[in-house]
Write a protein that binds this ligand. Structure first.
Ligand code: SF4
Ligand code: SF4
Length: 261
């Protein structure tokens, strides 16, 4: 084999060097735009035209616009089964649910989008749900609450038309009724007693609950501030009394010396 058959290794040019943060030599900086102000303007115009090309393209061929059928096709619109739009409660054929108020979903929600309140006076069980509030406005549809619920109470459905003019209406009460779980209700034989244990809940009553909770929170905060201010005032008064007591004996001898003189 001759020496010529062995290809000489390609010698790459050394990278353009520059002094980076802290004075270290870090090599070439490809992201610095050296085209200048005029070049930047032309670049912007080119980018604008490339964006407008897409818009004009759809304008010329309206049949290719994907959303053109909505909302006329509402009746026939088929969304994927796993589409997450609205958190919902599973109620059985009798209209009962299985929520035990264990609060696992509330704890697991990363955005505090679930607020569960218990009944102050449970009708039958020890613990009964009053309201299960879900806030669509802060939910990220991560599905964690659905996964962690041990009783399969929650599900997401495809009810996606949730636009409202009042943001407060994006908080929903998911439970149809306040009261005990299905297994407890089924044991109550008297239908009237069963009915009495259940209290109807309005899906849009959630904002009233949120307001009440916020009011309770504000009152709690105000009470804490008042207690803090009272404790601070007591501390200052005590300090001043101690200071006055410390100064009193020193003042008396001075007064006596004046009398003698
Ligand atoms: S989907 Fe995620 S963010 Fe929304 S309520 Fe459930 S846990 Fe919270
Ligand atoms: S929905 Fe499920 S996880 Fe959440 S409180 Fe009810 S039972 Fe517990």
């Amino acid at each position: 084999m001759s020496d010529e058959s062995i290809a000489a290794p390609e010698v790459l040019p050394p990278p353009e060097k520059h002094v980076g943060t802290g004075g270290a030599v870090t090599g070439a900086v490809p992201w610095i735009d050296k085209s200048g102000a005029i070049g930047g303007v032309f670049k912007g115009i080119r980018s604008l035209f490339s964006g407008m090309k897409v818009t004009v393209g759809y304008l010329m061929r309206p049949s290719t616009v994907i959303t053109q059928q909505y909302p006329e096709n509402r009746e026939t619109l088929k969304l994927p089964d796993r589409f997450r739009a609205q958190l919902a409660f599973n109620h059985d054929d009798n209209g009962y649910h299985k929520c035990t108020m264990c609060r696992i979903c509330e704890e697991a929600c990363p955005n505090v989008s679930i607020i569960i309140t218990g009944r102050e006076k449970p009708a039958v069980s020890k613990k009964e749900i009053d309201s299960f509030v879900w806030r669509l406005d802060s939910c990220t549809f991560c599905n964690t609450c659905v996964i962690v619920c041990p009783f399969g109470v929650l599900r997401f459905d495809g009810t996606f038309e949730s636009s409202v003019y009042d943001r407060r209406l994006l908080a929903y009460t998911l439970n149809d009724y306040a009261g005990p779980v299905a297994s407890v209700l089924e044991k109550i034989e008297d239908p009237e007693a069963r009915k009495a244990a259940m209290e109807k809940r309005d899906p849009y009553g959630a904002h009233t609950i949120i307001e009440a909770l916020a009011e309770r929170q504000r009152a709690k905060k105000a009470a804490t501030h008042a207690a803090y201010a009272a404790a601070k005032a007591a501390r200052i008064a005590k300090k001043e009394a101690a200071k006055a007591a410390a100064e009193a004996p020193a003042a008396e001898p001075a007064a006596e010396a004046k009398d003698v003189g």
